[in-house]
Ligand binder design. Structure first.
Ligand code: PLP
Length: 364
């Protein structure tokens, strides 16, 4: 078979060990997964109540226009209905954008390390990828601009950035957007938008009004606690949405996901509460890092990258054997760090205790 050459270099997704496997292997009773930046509190009760009663959807295709969700979301975000596109998670929107714009002979610019799906999809489409190293965990927007040329079709900006948790302040982002050529699409991935508490964070809805080459991606997988249902959305000028829509599979967001997302949007008190708890959780980690003299990146997301100045895989393994699954920084471009998702207060205290043990063991 004549496979695309470029996919031969890509590894299939490697699932981690299941919780049951880890329990059996290490004789543990409980496993706490703080590895995928999910919401430790799950979703709003309002969502689970409605979903538990809903059984009538199985035989019917979903509404391919997500009419009801579109109405509610347009109002919530403050854009018109034709400025929205929905994806099977924002992952699928990244794929749709890459499919629509990237191809051999063209290139795409992104930071590194950042969310890996930008590069992954660009490779599949045969485009050249230009990766600009972060500086102290932050996007180097000047170097990203310098890497853009007349063959750059997409530039990806992740804020807050995964895996660093850093964000781009308003002034810097505006000055960047003003200088990106109009033929280049800027994708601003705001998967962690609802967790942000920084004062100088920008208003991306206003930016979309101002910049006709900008699309913003958000998701219901993070603060809304609906990762398994797979629903993300993008907003941009109606011209960009019109151009992308034919690439979208007609029934990409299932009926349960649409219903759950509507209910989730209706409970903003829950969202606010999760944001506050996350912020308090981050403080627990900052305190731990400061006590042990470990460097970390202050985060605007629901995760924190902590540098143990040793092999990240070793820290990962130490925590795994004690019932906590995190992400080793090794696979994320920070080989001496681990990325920990902020959990509940008790979960954070639990993992902090194990991390303190690790630091002590290493010191002796
Ligand atoms: C920065 C970023 N973008 C996009 C996604 C994809 O989210 P989903 O496909 O669940 O909407 C993630 C998930 O971890 C992420 O961290």
């Amino acid at each position: 078979m004549r496979w695309k050459d470029q996919i031969k270099s890509l590894a299939p997704y490697q699932p981690g060990k299941s919780k049951d496997e880890v329990k059996r292997q290490y004789g543990l009773e409980e496993i706490i997964k703080l590895a995928s930046n999910e919401n430790p509190f799950g979703c709003s009760k309002k969502v689970s109540e409605v979903m538990s009663k809903e059984t009538g959807y199985f035989a019917l295709y979903p509404d391919g226009y997500a009419t009801n969700l579109r109405d509610v979301l347009a109002e919530h975000v403050g854009v018109t209905k034709d400025q929205l596109i929905f994806g099977n998670g924002s992952d699928e929107l990244i794929l749709i954008i890459a499919r629509a714009l990237l191809r051999p002979g063209y290139n795409t610019v992104m930071a590194t390390p950042t969310f890996p799906q930008y590069k992954h999809n660009a490779i599949i489409e045969g485009a050249e990828t230009r990766e600009i190293p972060l500086v102290d965990g932050h996007h180097d927007l000047d170097q990203m601009l310098a890497a853009i040329d007349e063959k750059t079709n997409v530039v990806w900006v992740c804020s807050p950035n995964n895996p660093t948790g850093t964000y781009i302040p308003k002034e810097k982002l505006e000055s960047f957007l003003a200088r990106v050529p109009k033929e280049t699409l800027v994708v601003l991935d705001e998967a962690y938008y609802e967790y942000v508490v920084a004062d100088d964070y920008y208003n991306s809805v206003e930016l979309v009004e101002q910049y006709s080459n900008l699309i913003v991606l958000r998701t219901f997988s993070k603060i809304y606690g609906l990762a398994s249902l797979r629903v993300g959305y993008g907003f941009a000028s109606k011209e960009i949405i019109r151009a992308l829509e034919p690439v979208r599979e007609p029934f990409n967001v299932n009926s349960f996901a649409q219903l759950a997302a509507i209910e989730a949007l209706g409970d903003q008190e829950y969202v606010e509460n999760c944001r506050t708890l996350n912020h308090q959780g981050l403080e627990q980690f900052y305190k731990f890092c400061e006590q042990h003299n470990l460097s970390y990146m202050p985060s605007q997301g629901n995760f924190i990258l902590i540098d143990f100045k040793t092999d990240g895989n070793e820290v990962f393994q130490f925590l795994l054997e004690r019932g906590y699954i995190v992400r080793s920084g090794n696979a994320l471009g920070f080989p001496t760090s681990v990325r920990v998702t902020v959990g509940s207060k008790e979960q954070n205290a639990g993992i902090i205790e194990k991390m303190s043990q690790y630091v002590k063991v290493k010191a002796h």
